[in-house]
Design a binder for this molecule. Structure first.
Ligand SMILES: N[C@@H](CCC[C@H](N)C(=O)O)C(=O)O
Length: 257
């Protein structure tokens, strides 16, 4: 089957995006999604996103990991698909869309996208790590010498040994300044380190605040693919008005054959 696709990246987390408003895409074909995302036999991407019609919001986002399976929320994907909606002329600057974890709002200004994430109610702190769900499940662990850290081996072990079949994404963090943290993430469903993870840096920002490592409610996160910003309000025991902000770019357009 032949169709047009678009390649996007948000701080190096890359996605194939398809306009599926006419519902032509075979959504249950896990093998096809995995092949499109394959970096040698396909386009190559960390995930695939479908933009679909929605009865009340501007669109619906359907997200697959590069293994071909549907998954939970993708923050960088949400920023990229909002940019794509503007490119298609569906929206001007403000957008609302539904993802698997509920409704989201975003603002797109040139290549800068601010995405409102879900409220976070529970942050579980143990001696060695923090676990929270920001639309996707995230393990957050402090390390030293992040640059030389073996993210792949340690991330894969933690993902499998602690979280079993369902898995979780694993973020390794080093503090650079009062409100600046470097982050490297092992993503489930990609089963490798990615250059950036949006729900991951959101989890890190909240985890750093909850554990007192920062007192700022606006945090800069440095990933191997670029910088993201997360801001939030702590209200009671939870976190509201959580925004993930950073660049998103359309890289190219192609025809899948
Ligand atoms: N890269 C994503 C996270 C996507 C979800 C993750 N792989 C999972 O299955 O939990 C992001 O930017 O949030």
């Amino acid at each position: 089957m032949e169709f047009t696709f678009y390649k996007y990246q948000g701080t190096g987390n890359d996605f194939v995006i398809i306009d599926n408003r006419e519902e032509f895409f075979p959504k249950k074909n896990t093998g096809l999604v995995a092949k499109i995302c394959d970096r040698r036999f396909g386009v190559g991407a960390d995930g695939l996103l479908l933009l679909e019609k929605h009865p009340s919001a501007d669109f619906k986002m359907v997200y697959y990991n590069s293994d071909g399976n549907l998954s939970s929320m993708c923050g960088n994907g949400g920023r990229c698909i909002s940019h794509f909606a503007k490119y298609l002329g569906i929206i001007s600057e403000e957008v609302t869309f539904e993802a698997v974890d509920g409704m989201h709002e975003a603002t797109v200004k040139n290549d800068w996208v601010s995405l409102k994430m879900n409220n976070v109610e529970n942050v579980n702190i143990s001696e060695e790590y923090i676990f929270l769900n920001t639309g996707s499940p995230h393990h957050v662990e402090m390390v030293s010498n992040l640059q030389d850290f073996d993210v792949f081996t340690c991330g894969r072990n933690i993902r499998n040994k602690i979280y079993g079949n369902e898995g979780a994404n694993v973020n390794f963090v080093e503090q650079d300044d009062a409100a600046i943290f470097s982050v490297r993430t092992y993503e489930r469903g990609v089963e490798n380190e990615t250059l950036s993870c949006g729900t991951g840096v959101t989890a890190v920002a909240i985890a750093m605040f909850e554990t007192g490592r920062t007192t700022e409610n606006k945090v800069l996160l440095k990933t191997p693919g670029g910088q993201l910003q997360v801001r939030f309000d702590k209200i009671g025991n939870g976190y509201k008005n959580v925004y993930l902000e950073g660049p998103a770019t359309q890289v190219f357009k192609g025809i899948w054959k």
